[in-house]
Design a protein around this ligand. Structure first.
Ligand SMILES: *Cc1c(COP(=O)(O)O)cnc(C)c1O
Length: 341
């Protein structure tokens, strides 16, 4: 064994079959013991609940090699808690938090040769997911479920340096008012696909969604939360019941307060305020922070960081601090880092 011989720095952000994945099955009202398996194929009935009525949810987190060569992962307990909310909302059984965390650690350990080396910019992405696996034809929850965690090495999100992106304010919605916007359900992504393809066809990297009831307040993009920095250096992030509670955003808010002594506001942000901010960015597990250079509001452009072709200084500091915590060069708050031994 030993590290896989991959061109770590040039990996795409895509799927690659690795050695082992975790699989557990729920039947007759309980979860089995679960196991690590080489088998990457899922075998379910043609009438499975996931295939007919999209009864599925997922999570995303990463494992890293630290500067001193340890393998770690970041706050998997929060992914377990968020998946619990997703499952409850979709009438799916909860995979217990302690078991979720242990399965993450086990699957990383079983694939440790696939964890990219420190400094490559690449990471091992973990994708826990659950779906209804038995036959349903009338609309009702499945009786049987499968919980799996696959892992795949992914390349640096920004190859050749971080470049600010241009997003558009969207006329379509990603979530209904009082709907499922605050859970990580596959269905939220299925319905966003048309709009993201249309955005790309029109030269935009992402859609920025507003609140679905009134289209007045900023919410998030299809797969990332939004951060703003005021001209006097305050971090401002939208508050709403229909945005997904990003673990990266919650961590950055704490980093801003406790490490950088910044003021933070979590509040409704009217789209009329967009032009008042100095910096804007997206945050999520994939890129940590990606800078937004421009928001296009139906032809009117709002420009951040004075139109410079780089991340603004405040977001850059936030990103460096959080990635330092993840990579072990900055001391982490208690309980954030789980080491795989
Ligand atoms: C997963 C996701 C995010 C980012 O969450 P992290 O926990 O930071 O990765 C943001 N918005 C949506 C809609 C998501 O699905």
């Amino acid at each position: 064994m030993g590290k896989k011989n991959l061109d770590w720095g040039n990996l795409p952000f895509g799927y690659m079959k690795t050695d082992k994945r975790f699989v557990a099955n729920y039947k007759n009202g309980k979860w089995d013991n679960g196991k690590l398996t080489k088998d990457d194929k899922v075998c379910i009935t043609e009438c499975a609940g996931v295939l007919q009525y999209a009864q599925t949810c997922f999570e995303g987190l990463k494992a890293y090699t630290t500067q001193d060569g340890r393998i770690v992962t970041f706050r998997p307990d929060l992914n377990a808690e968020r998946m619990e909310s997703s499952c409850k909302r979709l009438e799916m059984p909860v995979f217990p938090k302690e078991r979720f965390v242990q399965a993450c650690l086990d699957v990383i350990k079983a694939n440790k040769d696939w964890v990219p080396p420190y400094g490559s910019g690449a990471t091992l992405y973990l994708r826990p997911y659950m779906f209804g696996s038995d036959a349903v034809i009338g609309v009702k929850p499945s009786q049987e479920y499968q919980f799996r965690i696959l892992v795949t090495p992914v390349g640096p999100y920004f190859k050749g340096g971080v470049k600010p992106i241009t997003v558009r304010l969207s006329d379509l919605d990603r979530a209904a008012p009082h709907g499922t916007g605050d859970i990580k359900a596959g269905l939220n992504y299925a319905m966003s696909l048309h709009n993201i393809v249309d955005a790309h066809n029109n030269g935009f990297a992402e859609n920025m969604y507003t609140d679905p009831a009134t289209h007045t307040y900023i919410e998030e993009t299809g797969g990332a939360n939004i951060l703003f920095v005021t001209k006097d250096g305050k971090l401002v992030t939208p508050k709403s019941d229909s945005i997904l509670p990003s673990i990266t955003r919650r961590s950055l808010v704490q980093v801003a307060k406790d490490y950088l002594n910044m003021e933070v506001e979590e509040r409704k942000i009217n789209k009329s305020e967009l032009a008042d901010f100095a910096e804007c960015g997206l945050c999520g597990t994939a890129a940590v922070i990606s800078p937004i250079g421009k928001i296009n509001d139906h032809g009117k452009e709002i420009i951040y960081n004075d139109g410079k072709d780089e991340m603004g200084p405040v977001l850059n500091k936030l990103r460096d601090t959080l990635t330092g915590i993840q990579m072990g060069t900055i001391k982490a708050p208690e309980g954030w880092i789980y080491e795989i031994k």
